[in-house]
Structure formats: structure tokens, C-alpha cells
Design a protein around this ligand. Structure first.
Ligand SMILES: Cc1ncc(COP(=O)(O)O)c(C=O)c1O
Length: 397
């Protein structure tokens, strides 16, 4: 008889709440504003480049750590934007999405018992990433905007107290999912000083670096003094080119860390899809106008959705970057976020993510709900129309 024993690691986290909401959206025919992926087309020239690569028979394994044209394009782009020299042969590992890049990085740098600092609310993958790599996550709370503090912010003393000689790394996601926060240069410098003091590595997830609003700018941690040798920059093509299904991402790191990341990556997946890497090289070389247009299109979606959410009764934390909006649902009188999210998907026809899934202590997110707005205008309009019905319904809690 088979003993269905599961590993302690696999038993210690739940299935992704975000992906579950997507499945529920499909089941109920709801507008899916939960899992962050676009419902509009990716740029034609990149799709054409992928077809060309397949027809040219670039269909076998690429070099394990990434096709040369793509690594060269990533290096040139990073240097041009942040003034940091990058050697593509020694510092870049192309992975199956930034998801794999993050996991390969964690497995390459962490030993059981090491602590990894994570700001919360956090992108839900970071929790299981820590568990699977054997790290003990140490959470530092991003506090909500309030009177006198218009942005999400951390407490400097709490952050400093989280570091110790057990700290191996800190994960920073800027622009941030789910809050839309952009870490300022001064904040990154404070974090950098702590990394240098405690000999910790900064792992920065910068996948939304092109989606910024209101004149905000993106500061790369690796560009700060003394950080090039202790930063792993994680990014990918999913968000900037609307290609979440292609699974192409990368880790950019100093050579000794890259060597370890490449070993882990090789045995995890061997490599990312070869023809898609060829096409991704073209995407990463797009001119500046492409990115300003991308950011402006998202700004318009944000500027449409935010006031409509407020009109429907949500409290809204206005995002400065990325394509998510965190909301306060306390005006609706539901006992908790999961009950509310289930009501929303099954009765109203809109899927969103319960706020508790972004916190280590679920209580912190019980009256919070996250929407994303990587949707066509007409999709958002349908969602908004449905959300107005919320006011007429009695709480189902
Ligand atoms: C902060 C953050 N990092 C990484 C990812 C996943 O990126 P990829 O598609 O490159 O694996 C997401 C997707 O939602 C995200 O929000």
C-alpha cells in the first residue's frame, strides 16, 4: 500500500490563493482582477520574432544560463539605464520566469537556519520560496499610508532590529506588488547600509520597473554604492511586454553568486524556452517610447479604476507603480476578506485576492482586498458595472 506521506516542506504552505481565485473566476464566469496578467495583446514584433525563431529551427536547448543575444541585451539595457557595467557571460542567468530566478537564487545563497527578511504585505511566492530553500522568513511590516505619511513605509528601528548575524538576505520588491509602493533612494540606501553592516545580500525583484506613475523613477539597488557585489536583481519579460505565459526571466548577480545560481538553475529546469529567448532579446532592446507608452496606458487604467472603486464603497490605497490596487473593505461589513472575496466572485462576478494572503499574520489583511488592472478598458468597465451592485447586496458573512 502506498503511504501518502508528504514532505514537511510541502505541507507547510498552502496552494496559491491567487491562482485559486483565477480558477474560481473561470468557474463563475467572473471578471478576473485577481491574478496579475494582461488580457490584451503582446507586441506584434515580439510574437513575430518568436515565430521566426521557431521556423529557423531554434528549437533545441539554449545554453543553460541563457541564449547569448538575450544575455547581451539584458546587460546592455541594465548598463544604459543604471550606469552599472554587467558582463553577460559572468553575471546573467536566464530562467523560466523571474519565479524560477528567485527560487534558484534562494536555493543558491541560503542554508537551513539562515534568516531572510521579507517586507509584508508581500508577493505570495516569497513565503514558499523561503520555506523550500530552508530559510526562516523574518517579516518587516510596511505600514499603510496615513495622515502625514502619504506612502506605504517601514519603521527604521523595526527594520534595523530584524537584521542580525543570522540574516543572509533581504527581499525587496520595487515597484511593489501588492501595495504599488516605490522604494525611494533614501530607503534603499538605508537598507543597503544594513546589508553592508550585516554582510547580507539584497535580492531585488524589479519586474515592474517600467510601470511607474506620477513622474516616479526606479532606482536599482545594484546601482547604489557598494551594492553591486551584494545584489541579485531579479526581473523578466512577463510584465513589461505582456508575456506572462512565455516564462522568461533572469537573475543578474556578481560572478560568484551567478556561478551558484546557474548550478541550481541547471538542475531545476535546464533552461528557458530557446525560441522565446531569441524573441525576448528583441523585446529588451525596445526604444524608450515603448516604455513610456506602456506606463501611460497603465496610468490611464489606474486613473479609471481607482475612483470607480471608491464610488463602489472601497477605501483605496492609490498605487505609484506596478498594476495592483490594495483596498479597504471595512465599509461593506463583512467578517473577513476571504468571505468577501468569495461573495464577490460568485454573487457579483468579479475576482480579486483576499488581503490576508499577503501577510504572515492573516489578521493584518482581514479587511483588505487586492485588485489588478492589467485589463482592457472594456473589461474594467464590465467589472466596475458589476461592482456598483455591491451596495445593493446584504453581507453574506
Ligand atoms: C512581484 C512579482 N514578482 C514576480 C512575479 C512573477 O513573474 P514571472 O512571470 O517572471 O515568473 C510576479 C507575478 O505576478 C510578481 O508580482
Amino acid at each position: 500500500m502506498t503511504r501518502n506521506r508528504l514532505s514537511q516542506k510541502a505541507s507547510s504552505f498552502t496552494e496559491s490563493v491567487i491562482r485559486e481565485m483565477t480558477r474560481l473566476a473561470q468557474k463563475h464566469g467572473a471578471v478576473n482582477l485577481s491574478q496579475g496578467f494582461p488580457d490584451f495583446a503582446a507586441p506584434l514584433s515580439i510574437k513575430q520574432a518568436a515565430c521566426d525563431a521557431i521556423l529557423a529551427d531554434i528549437n533545441q536547448y539554449a545554453v543553460t544560463w541563457g541564449a547569448k543575444p538575450l544575455r547581451e541585451a539584458i546587460a546592455a539595457d541594465f548598463t544604459a539605464r543604471h550606469g552599472v557595467p554587467v558582463v553577460p557571460d559572468e553575471q546573467i542567468t536566464v530562467c523560466c520566469g523571474s519565479t524560477e530566478a528567485m527560487m534558484a537564487t534562494m536555493m543558491a545563497i541560503v542554508d537551513p537556519g539562515d534568516e531572510v527578511i521579507v517586507f509584508e504585505p508581500y508577493y505570495e511566492n516569497y513565503g514558499p520560496d523561503a520555506i523550500l530553500s530552508g530559510a526562516t522568513p523574518r517579516f518587516v511590516r510596511l505600514r499603510e499610508p496615513g495622515p502625514g505619511r502619504p506612502d506605504w513605509h517601514y519603521d527604521s528601528e523595526e527594520l534595523a532590529a530584524a537584521f542580525s548575524n543570522r540574516t543572509r538576505a533581504i527581499i525587496i520588491n520595487t515597484p511593489n506588488n501588492p501595495t504599488g509602493k516605490i522604494f525611494r533612494r533614501s530607503e534603499l540606501e538605508e537598507i543597503a547600509a544594513l546589508c553592508r553592516k550585516w554582510d547580507a545580500i539584497a535580492v531585488t525583484d524589479e519586474i515592474y520597473d517600467h510601470i511607474l506613475y506620477d513622474g516616479e523613477t526606479h532606482v536599482a539597488m545594484a546601482s547604489l554604492e557598494g551594492m553591486r557585489e551584494r545584489t541579485v536583481t531579479i526581473s523578466g519579460i512577463s510584465k513589461s511586454y505582456s508575456l506572462t505565459g512565455w516564462r522568461v526571466g533572469y537573475a543578474l548577480a556578481p560572478p560568484p553568486l551567478t556561478a551558484a545560481i546557474r548550478k541550481v538553475h541547471d538542475f531545476l529546469t535546464v533552461g528557458a524556452p530557446a525560441p522565446l529567448q531569441e524573441a525576448a532579446a528583441e523585446a529588451v532592446s525596445f526604444p524608450e517610447e515603448y516604455y513610456s507608452r506602456l506606463a501611460d496606458d497603465y496610468r490611464q487604467r489606474r486613473d479609471y479604476l481607482v475612483p470607480e472603486l471608491e464610488r463602489a464603497g472601497f477605501g483605496v490605497f492609490r498605487p505609484h507603480g506596478a498594476y495592483y490596487v490594495m483596498t479597504d473593505i471595512s465599509g461593506f461589513g463583512f467578517s473577513d476578506d476571504v468571505t468577501f472575496a468569495r461573495h464577490l466572485v460568485s454573487e457579483i462576478g468579479v475576482a480579486a485576492v483576499p488581503g490576508s494572503s499577503f501577510y504572515s499574520q492573516p489578521a493584518a489583511g482581514r479587511q483588505r482586498l487586492r485588485f489588478h488592472f492589467a485589463r482592457k478598458r472594456e473589461t474594467l468597465e464590465t467589472a466596475v458595472e458589476r461592482l456598483q451592485r455591491l451596495r445593493d447586496r446584504a453581507p453574506a458573512s
